[in-house]
Design a protein around this ligand. Structure first.
Ligand code: PEP
Ligand code: MN
Length: 457
């Protein structure tokens, strides 16, 4: 047992969240089995070393001050079954390709964070759902229960399974990167054949040519051996810190700070965020997050009041550390115009001016259902929220430092529009998400081209 700390995190301990009201609570029937799983997690080594968490913090500091750009993306709900060579490689390749386009557009380093190796817990709007006329518990992510209808009871052994699937994913990512997967000198297959609009085709392919030329130039001038940034790539991991029992079990006391305070890190991932449904200022999730050193994301949406936003910043980042908090804004294309402006004014007019990372999540405010009840998002709405966000930040003198996307390297048909021209009727062709609809590889790369266009301005 650890004792509550002094200093800015007074009264905090890794378990102090338990005395606060909690949303999306996990109620198990076999508490003994839960305790056994949590004890096991507590005993296992960190999934990520604290030094890497500090390294990401330093990079996010650069994003906050406008010297770098953040690309974060991956599945809405990662499944244990996605832990395969192909699954992991296709996500790494997509992040890499998109970041090359963004480097070209921004002339800045790109910080890459995957929603991967731990994105296993999902908040749900309803705890129950009707399937084939029967009411059963909703799927809450592989760390809690299974998608199959006979696996909906919460299973405590999944807590430990989540750790090992994260570990296997991370192991493969690290191995791939250290043996040259991310070697940017290898030719990349851009597959632009689907872009039928001749003007867009020309625009995208000339960007690809420019990127290839730049890489050739660097190689010819001998940068291929010495440049760390070009031969290896940092890839950080992230997930929503929803299941606090799990997060607490992977939280470790690290060094003593100069103030005499003990530093705690949540070693389940480099970056964790609090979702739109669990960010109550006096709730359990914020209580847990305020005590850890990791960089933290906060989803900010139409229901976030300006006063709550300031309370959240003051609670999570009392020392005003630059880059500590990423505000992940997700309002929807029709609301961003008024709401983002209001939030920028309140943050940039406070002691937090120029200290947060502003990141646009153009996915979660733009979800709609088709007439046949399929959850989808339109590429045009996603792009519109992004474009409006860029313009509003520019006008206000703040820096839109990143994007947060739900995407996959697979050829899924979950979002409509884009140059692939998917329509509502195409959605059933390859809809494989177990939660929210993701951009497929081509839609994601196209969005990167469009973002790069904005960064260039
Ligand atoms: C998510 O990122 O998958 C999610 C549930 O987002 P939000 O909390 O913003 O709704
Ligand atoms: Mn989602």
């Amino acid at each position: 047992m650890t004792s509550p700390s002094a200093g800015p995190t007074a009264g905090w301990s890794p378990s102090s969240w338990k005395s606060k009201p909690i949303q999306q609570k996990a109620v198990y029937t076999d508490q003994k089995a839960v305790e056994k799983s949590l004890a096991k997690l507590n005993h296992l080594p960190p999934l990520v070393p604290t030094a890497e968490i500090d390294k990401l913090k330093e990079k996010l500091r650069k994003v906050a001050i406008g010297d770098a750009f953040l690309l974060q993306g991956g599945d809405c709900a990662e499944l244990f079954d996605y832990c395969t060579q192909d699954g992991i490689e296709s996500k790494m390749k997509l992040l890499l390709q998109m970041s090359l386009i963004l480097i070209w557009g921004s002339h800045k380093p790109i910080v890459r964070i995957a929603r991967m190796a731990g994105q296993y817990a999902k908040p749900r709007s309803s705890p129950m759902e009707i399937v084939d006329g029967k009411e059963i518990p909703s799927f809450r992510g592989d760390i809690l229960n299974g998608f199959k209808t006979d696996e909906r009871d919460l299973d405590p052994s999944r807590l430990v399974d989540a750790y090992f699937h994260s570990a296997a994913t991370l192991n493969f990512v690290r191995g791939s990167i250290s043996t040259g997967f991310a070697d940017l000198h290898r030719p990349l297959d851009w597959g632009l054949g689907h872009v039928r609009d001749p003007e867009l085709q020309l625009k995208y392919s000339s960007t690809v040519d420019a990127i290839a030329d730049n890489l050739d130039f660097l190689r010819a001038t001998g940068h291929n051996t010495g440049s760390q940034e070009l031969s290896t790539v940092d890839l950080f991991t992230s997930h929503e810190a929803l299941l606090l029992d799990y997060e607490q079990s992977l939280t470790r006391a690290s060094k003593l700070l100069k103030s005499g305070e003990q530093a705690y890190y949540d070693t389940s991932a480099h970056f964790i965020w609090v979702g739109d449904r669990t960010r109550q200022v006096d709730g359990a999730h914020i209580e847990f997050l305020r005590g850890i050193k990791n960089p933290i994301g906060v989803k900010v949406g139409p229901t976030t009041s300006s006063s709550d936003l300031l309370v959240l910043l003051r609670t999570l980042n009392p020392n005003v550390e630059v880059g500590k908090i990423t505000l992940i804004t997700r309002y929807g294309a029709s609301k961003v115009g008024t709401l983002l402006l209001e939030h920028i004014k309140i943050v940039e007019g406070s002691e937090y001016a120029r200290s947060v990372v502003w990141q646009c999540d153009p996915m979660h405010g733009n979800t709609r259902s088709t007439s046949s009840g399929i959850k989808t998002r339109q590429f045009a709405d996603i792009l519109s929220e992004l474009q409006q966000s860029f313009l509003i930040h520019k006008r206000e003198g703040s820096y839109l430092g990143g994007v947060h996307l739900e995407m996959t390297g697979d050829a899924v048909t979950e979002c409509t529009g884009g140059s692939v021209g998917l329509e509502d009727d195409d959605l059933s062709l390859n809809y494989t998400s177990f939660c929210d609809p993701r951009l497929n590889e081509k839609q994601s790369v196209e969005l990167a081209f469009l973002i790069a266009g904005h960064l260039k301005q």
